[in-house]
Design a protein around this ligand. Structure first.
Ligand code: ATP
Ligand code: MG
Length: 503
């Protein structure tokens, strides 16, 4: 089946595209046409082939067969430069930024603005970067070093960079996966502007609410082929789920359990080294899922990291199960039963060049080894169990994690932590880039942990998720706790009010 609806001469066409890797058919005979000024959403489960298809269009990978037409030019394959020259801008799912350059340097990488004498014109690039950053709602400066940006800020940089190219088509592969509601709404405005300028946007997201808001047409991929498409008036949450997984999904959220237990960890006047304004008083209870909301930069990740022994706690007191506690390293936190499932899987959660199996065993070699030797069999058994539990799309768990799709990589990171026995576990954006089916599995797992008496803390920028999953929500603003909401008080409005302050 092909996706062909739409009127007039298409702006671009991908025809009969296949991509075969050893043992994996990533794309099979996919045809996709995109028209001027339309927002086309591409949806599908993790590993369905969305990023692969876009990388073919972006010139990043060579298709095994098929043709690409942009305007009136035909290509069997494209290079990255040809793709850019043809007017394709690409916001990558796995961000393509360089830590050692500043923001402006990243934005004009390979297209540097030069003086008449041929030197790089740093001032001109910074000047050109400023309005683009403003347009995407970024508060950092062109001269900031990228190494100092958070994941969300890097995502904003990637979007601003795409806007700096004089594009006919902008591909956005999960542009909002670490953005909060207000940055996402700014992006929705940017998309509407692009559209009214006649620019086409290809939008990939697992946040179906966003897709519903911005898409003119939805194409669903399933196992590397086109499963069908929805016209604008047919787009709704349930129809998209059916298109992605071929059936209805029963319930996304697991209902909250009865009552929570005693305090697992108590925070008194906690001030971390990253945020000098920070000061947090909070009790985290056994048996509850505590949602932590806040805008980008509110200090949610920093707080969890400080407790976990990454980054120092300058002042204040932590009490774990009645005793004073302070982890100086993650190892000490893990030994005390505190775990952190990190947000940025590439930097702290996942070893790309190791196998799926090794990654799952990485944090806890102790329990799979006997007499100090790592038991390969036990390691394998555990990896297979986690793969099946989380639905990681890989026949062979000995494959390198680098070969997995983005969402499947996230599942490997989760698998690693879930195979242990925590007292308290922090999930930092646990469903970033994860498809709806797997999301509901992860919510069930979190609920299962809470029901077993574990304290579960979920940091999330996905408003629907925070409200759907949490038993209690605390909101951080500029490093401080700005408020707490009980279930009866949950609403987007109330969360946002605490997150931005004022009214
Ligand atoms: N370099 C590679 N070698 C082998 N297989 C690969 C490679 N890159 C991707 N694949 C496989 O191709 C399939 C499609 O992956 P792709 O990244 O396109 O999925 P996706 O739809 O973008 O998923 P997600 O929602 O998780 O981002 C997956 O099964 C993936 O494991
Ligand atoms: Mg992808």
């Amino acid at each position: 089946m092909t996706a062909t609806t739409g009127t007039g001469q298409p702006l671009l066409a991908l025809e009969n595209i296949s991509k075969v890797y050893p043992g994996v058919i990533a794309l099979s005979d996919v045809t996709l046409r995109v028209h001027h000024g339309e927002v086309l959403a591409l949806i599908g489960e993790n590993g369905a082939g969305k990023s692969t298809l876009m990388k073919v269009l972006g010139g990043v990978i060579e298709p095994s067969s098929g043709t690409i037409t942009i305007g009136d030019r035909h290509y069997d394959r494209l290079s990255v430069l040809e793709s850019q020259a043809a007017g394709i801008a690409f916001v990558h799912q796995e961000l393509n930024v360089f830590d050692n350059l500043d923001v402006a340097g990243n934005m004009f990488m390979g297209r540097e603005i030069r003086t008449r004498l041929g030197f790089m014109d740093i001032e001109a690039m910074r000047k050109a970067a400023r309005p683009l950053l403003r347009r995407v709602g970024a508060s950092f400066k062109p001269e900031t070093l990228v190494a100092n940006l958070s994941l969300a800020e890097r995502q904003l940089l990637e979007i601003a960079k795409a806007l700096s190219i004089d594009a006919r088509v902008v591909i956005m592969d999960e542009p909002t996966s670490s953005l909060t509601l207000s940055e996402t709404q700014t992006l929705m405005k940017v998309i509407a502007d692009l559209k009214s300028d006649g620019i086409a946007v290809i939008y990939i997201s697992h946040r179906l609410g966003e897709v519903e808001q911005c898409a003119d047409r939805v194409v669903g991929l399933r196992d590397g082929h086109v499963a069908g498409e929805l016209a604008k008036h047919e787009i709704n949450h349930d129809a998209m789920i059916r298109l992605m997984i071929g059936r209805d999904l029963k319930a996304l959220y697991t209902p909250p359990s009865v009552a929570s237990g005693g305090t697992v960890l108590s925070l008194k006047g906690i001030k971390n080294a990253v945020n000098p304004q920070s000061r947090v008083n909070l009790d985290i209870r056994a048996g509850e899922i505590l949602g932590v909301a806040g805008l980008v930069g509110a200090g949610r990740t920093e707080l969890a990291e400080a407790i976990f022994g990454i980054g120092d706690i300058l002042e204040g007191e932590l009490t774990l199960a009645g005793k004073t506690f302070r982890a100086r390293t993650p190892r000490e936190a893990i030994d005390a039963g505190i775990y952190l499932v990190p947000e940025d899987r590439k930097r702290t959660g996942l070893v790309l060049e190791s196998s799926i199996c090794e990654n799952i065993s990485l944090a806890d070699l102790g329990t799979v080894s006997r007499y100090g030797l790592v038991s390969q069999k036990a390691q394998l058994r555990r990896a297979l169990a986690q793969r099946d539990r989380l639905g990681i799309k890989a026949n062979d768990v000995m494959r390198n994690a680098a070969e997995l799709s983005g969402g499947n990589q996230q599942k490997v990171v989760l698998g690693k932590w879930l195979s242990m026995n925590p007292k308290l576990i922090f999930f930092d954006e646990p469903t970033r880039g994860i498809d709806v089916g797997a999301k509901s599995e992860i919510y069930k797992l979190m609920r299962g942990l809470a029901d077993a008496g574990v304290g579960v803390v979920m940091i999330s920028s996905d408003m629907e998720e925070v409200i759907g999953v949490s038993d209690r929500i605390v909101v951080l603003r500029e490093g401080r706790l700005s408020g707490e909401l009980q279930r009866a008080q949950f609403s987007e409005h109330n969360v946002l009010k605490l997150a931005v302050g004022g009214n």
